[in-house]
Ligand binder design. Structure first.
Ligand code: WA2
Length: 283
């Protein structure tokens, strides 16, 4: 191939990759805004009303009917802050006990192993974050203490300290065992000034609203909507630590071919993401 043709090919790849990156980022941003609105809805109709105007059934129905607003999510869930001193009363009121997340097996021995996941009653902890509301697709996380899972815990702690939407690194989700990320917003008992200190935020936090981004399934769906999907291979990485990129979507890429890198912005400045694209076939 002459150098002009090579240059042309590079340009085509760059514009196809940038277009896909922009689409993914736009859909992510739209989803993120609606998650924040959902956190405000819970604050208004669950915490600021006595008695609460939301129960699991109401939440599940509302979440399902507004799912189109959060195109890259497979569901939403809401966990509340429970201190150990409040545990007994909380469990009595809910009619279930707070459960500890049992770590996933990486390779299930049998097809439906996920269905056999047994989450046992949580041991004593200083505080808990059990899920009380979930979209029907995530009903299996109700009663699970989200402070007992590494990724969920870090995310919840960072969300309540910062007051911003925060994102996990890609990890295997419960039950589906697919790669995904979770975006979390904290809910506070009083409206906080924007300059509130982390300590004030931790103290005022009462719950955590999470959107589950099933990246593996939903990015695939998104890319399939575009024409000539077959001709390029797309990979998305969490490149927060540039020395250890974590695959978020796609299978690992051979780096010795021509590829294009489009930077992604997913709203959490603590995390960095890149989309890498290459042509499937040599010309
Ligand atoms: N929800 C659904 N599947 C999961 C999961 C999760 N966390 N963690 C691992 N697999 C209530 O950020 C707060 C839900 C966490 C929210």
């Amino acid at each position: 191939m002459n150098s002009q043709a090579v240059e042309k090919r590079r340009e085509t790849l760059a514009s196809m990759c940038d277009e896909r990156a922009r689409m993914l980022q736009d859909q992510f941003n739209v989803s993120m805004n609606h998650l924040q609105a959902l956190a405000i809805l819970v604050s208004t109709f669950h915490h600021s009303k006595e008695p609460s105007a939301i129960d699991q059934m109401t939440f599940a129905r509302y979440a399902e009917r507004t799912a189109f607003e959060r195109p890259l999510t497979s569901g939403v869930a809401y966990a509340v802050k429970v201190l150990h001193s409040e545990r007994e009363q909380f469990e009595k009121q809910q009619g279930w006990t707070i459960k500890k997340i049992e770590s996933q097996k990486q390779t299930p021995a049998r097809e439906d192993d996920a269905a056999f996941e047994a989450h046992e009653t949580s041991p004593v902890e200083e505080e808990y974050a059990p899920v009380i509301f979930a979209q029907e697709t995530l009903a299996h996380v109700i009663s699970l203490d989200m402070l007992s899972g590494k990724e969920d815990r870090e995310n919840i702690l960072r969300a309540r300290e910062s007051g911003k939407g925060v994102l996990t690194a890609p990890f295997r989700l419960l039950k589906s065992n697919r790669l995904g990320v979770i975006l979390t917003y904290a809910v506070y008992k009083t409206e906080l000034p924007s300059n509130a200190t982390p300590a004030e935020r931790i103290e005022a936090a009462i719950g955590y609203l999470g959107g589950i981004f099933d990246v593996e399934a939903l990015v695939d769906k998104l890319l399939h909507q575009l024409a000539c999907k077959q001709s390029i291979v797309v990979n998305v990485y969490d490149t927060t630590d540039p020395d250890y990129p974590i695959t978020m979507y796609g299978s690992d890429m051979t780096r010795n071919t021509i590829y294009h890198n489009s930077t992604l912005h997913f709203g959490d400045p603590m995390r960095k993401h890149d989309m890498l694209c290459r042509f499937k076939h040599k010309p």
